[in-house]
Structures are given as C-alpha cells and as structure tokens.
Design a protein around this ligand. Structure first.
Ligand code: NDP
Length: 360
C-alpha cells in the first residue's frame, strides 16, 4: 500500500527560524505563499519584474529578485513554468544557493526526466498539488485541504521527510492527504492525463457534438447539453464524492438504465492499446526528448494553428454570442506566416497532412 500522510504526520516546528523563498508568484506561487504565511512560516518572494511582483507586494510579502531571494532563503520553492525552469535555475538560482538548501518543486517533470540537475548538497523534494492555484488557496481557507503527490529525490540533511511533511502541512495539503510517490511517477501520471485521457475525452465530446449537429439539433442546444450547462462538472464532482458507479444514483432511473445498457456497445474501442502506446512513450522519455527539440516548438505552433482553425471554434464563438455568454479572447487564430507553413510542410510533409486533416 502506498504511503499516505495526514495532518498528524506533519510538525511545523522544524520550519522555525527558516526562511522560505517562493520563486515565482504565479498560479501556485501566490496560493502556496499565502497558505504558508497563514500557517506561521516566514515567507519571502523572488520574482521577475512583472505584474505578479506587484501582486506579491500588494499581498505584503518582502519581494526580491530571484537571485536575492535565493540567497536569503533556506528552503526554495521553484514555482516557475516547467518549460523555462532549467534555464532560470542554472542562471538565477543554482549559483546563489546556500550550502544546505532545500529545493521544493511542484511538478516532477524536470527532475523526473533528468532535465534539471540539482546540486548534490541540496535536499530535493516535491509537493505537487492535484489542484489549480486558486483551489489550493480556497481549500486551505475552507479548512478542507486538497490531495497532493509528494516525493523525495535527495535527502542530504537526513531530515528531508520531516521538512517535506512540515511544508505539506503548511500549504494545507495534509488536511486531505499527501501520497508519497516518485518525481518520475508524478510527471508520468500528469503527462498521461494530458496526453491520453484528455485527447480521448475530447474526441468523444467532439464526436457527440457533431453527431447531434449533423442530425439537425440546434448548435446552442447541443453545446448546452454537452458541456455549457456545467452539469458534467457536477457529475465529475459526485464521482469524487461518492464513487464512479455510485454517482449514478443522482441520475434518473431512465438515465441509469440507458447509460449502462448502451455503454456496453462501446466496449471494443481500442482505447487501452492507444493509451498504453502513449504511456510507453512517456515512460521511456521519447515524449520529453521530442518536446525538448527546437523543431518541436515550430510543430507546436503549427498544430495550434490548425486547432484554432477547427470549425468547432467558429461554431462555439457564435453559440456563446447567441447565448450572451461572456466573451473571452480565445478564438484568435494562432498566426503562422506563409514562410513558416511552407518550411514545416517541406520538412515534415506527412505530419503536416495528418494534422491538417485531423483538425479539419
Ligand atoms: P505560472 O505560469 O503561474 O508562472 C509562475 C511565475 O513564473 C509567474 O510569476 C511568471 O511570470 C514567472 N515566470 C515566467 N517565466 C519566467 C522566467 N523566464 N523567469 C522567471 N520567472 C518566470 O506557473 P504555475 O504556478 O502554473 O506553475 C509553477 C509550477 O507549479 C510548475 O512546476 C507547474 O508544473 C506546477 N503546478 C502548477 C499547477 C497549476 O495549477 N498551474 C498545478 C500543480 C503544479 P510571467 O507570467 O509574468 O512571465
């Protein structure tokens, strides 16, 4: 059985007289800094000159450059985007670390896939909330907590576990439960969710939408039925609250019978094979290697270009307007120059065609 830690397992006193530096006052940074301070811990912030810095000052934190905050801190939370973490770490953090620093990550990606090399004399730990930043704060204030995955990569001090559990308590995750896994497992689970479950679910959603629209139902009604009503998010919440099957009880008898009796017709979809293929690519590092390549950034831009051109985008824009829903500027097509398109087409003609057709 996996190790699960609760409130009783964390002792905040180990953090007495320690300075915690939160590097990056963004989604996670702000929530975790506020929670730790409310738990009585001494917190400072290190951030670049941007709007987040202003928010940190408004929240009454001492704010420094990343370099200065690193110098002043015993425990450093690295809460900047994973994509730029390694570069910033090498330049702004690593050279200014104290002799016995504790490095805390909120994602296993860079350490798990050996993209970031921490110094040998530092403790390296992970607290990865299964919750967006706003939720981390809200659930702390509600005294409910949230789940997290935690891990220890390096324990130089011999106290990494105590420090990890104290910090986890301070952030508020132990109220719900923190599950000890490894950095790599955390990253793999996260990537799998994004790369297998997310796209498969998206395909099912789109197939349903087009089945109904092609059958003549008004797009407004279809999108409300499928997701705009928010009903599905309640079902999801009930799955978490009472159980995957048990949540059926919140639906009518007709709904339950219909779902279960028809569900069996989808049993032969080759989902598991595809998912296993994706999981293997994640586990053996193939995905990470691909994402690290320079050409992939261009491929990413190209895929986004096709994705934002998808007809569902135009349809949804009109539907939202008709339903008088708030308009977000999310329908702008990703811009790609003719030269970029031609270059990509030349270099990767098969992939180009594939994505062009897929997102049609
Ligand atoms: P954000 O996108 O909110 O960015 C955090 C901060 O980093 C911002 O202040 C941002 O400023 C700053 N930043 C961006 N680029 C640089 C740079 N080159 N140098 C220094 N600072 C920079 O990050 P998140 O909070 O979303 O993610 C932080 C960590 O938490 C990641 O490891 C992520 O995987 C993990 N995580 C995130 C979750 C989430 O809900 N978002 C959930 C669980 C874990 P600006 O935007 O102005 O550039």
């Amino acid at each position: 059985m996996v190790n699960i830690f609760h409130e009783i397992d964390g002792d905040l006193s180990i953090l007495n007289k320690k300075t915690i530096g939160i590097i990056g006052y963004g989604n996670q940074g702000r929530a975790q800094a506020l929670n730790l301070r409310d738990s009585g811990v001494n917190v400072i912030v290190g951030n670049i000159e941007d709007d987040y810095r202003k928010i940190a000052l408004k929240d009454n934190f001492p704010v420094y450059s990343i370099k200065e905050a690193t110098k002043k801190s015993d425990i450093i939370f690295i809460l900047i985007p994973d994509e730029i973490m390694n570069k910033t770490f090498k330049k702004e953090i690593s050279p200014y670390l104290n002799h016995k620093s504790v490095l805390v990550f909120a994602s296993g990606y860079n350490i798990g896939f050996n993209l970031l090399k921490p110094p040998e004399n530092a403790d390296v730990i992970l607290i990865a909330p299964r919750m967006i930043g706003v939720g981390v704060r809200e659930n702390f204030l509600k005294d409910e907590g949230f789940f997290s995955f935690i891990a220890i990569e390096q324990d130089v001090s011999g106290q990494a576990k105590e420090i990890l559990l104290a910090l986890a308590k301070g952030i508020g995750t132990l109220k719900k439960g923190a599950i000890m896994i490894t950095f790599k497992q955390e990253a793999e689970l996260d990537l799998f969710n994004e790369q297998a479950f997310g796209p498969a679910f998206g395909r099912v959603l789109l197939s349903s939408i087009y089945t109904l629209i092609d059958a003549g139902y008004p797009p407004e009604a279809v999108l409300i039925e499928m997701y705009l009503s928010n009903e599905m998010s309640y079902t999801y919440k009930k799955m978490a609250d009472v159980g995957l099957i048990k949540q059926l009880d919140f639906h009518s008898q007709t709904s339950q019978y219909g779902a279960m009796s028809r569900g069996i017709r989808f049993r032969k979809l080759p989902l598991k094979d595809k998912m296993m293929e994706i999981l293997k690519e994640i586990q053996n590092g193939e995905f990470t290697k691909e994402w690290e390549k320079k050409i992939t950034k261009m491929k990413f831009k190209m895929i986004k270009y096709f994705a934002t051109k998808q007809k569902i985008n135009k349809l949804e824009k009109q539907v939202r307007k008709n339903l008088k829903l708030k308009f977000y500027d999310i329908y702008e097509e990703e811009s790609l120059t003719e030269a970029e398109l031609t270059e990509f087409k030349k270099k990767n003609s098969d992939e180009f065609k594939l994505f062009e057709e897929y997102f049609e």
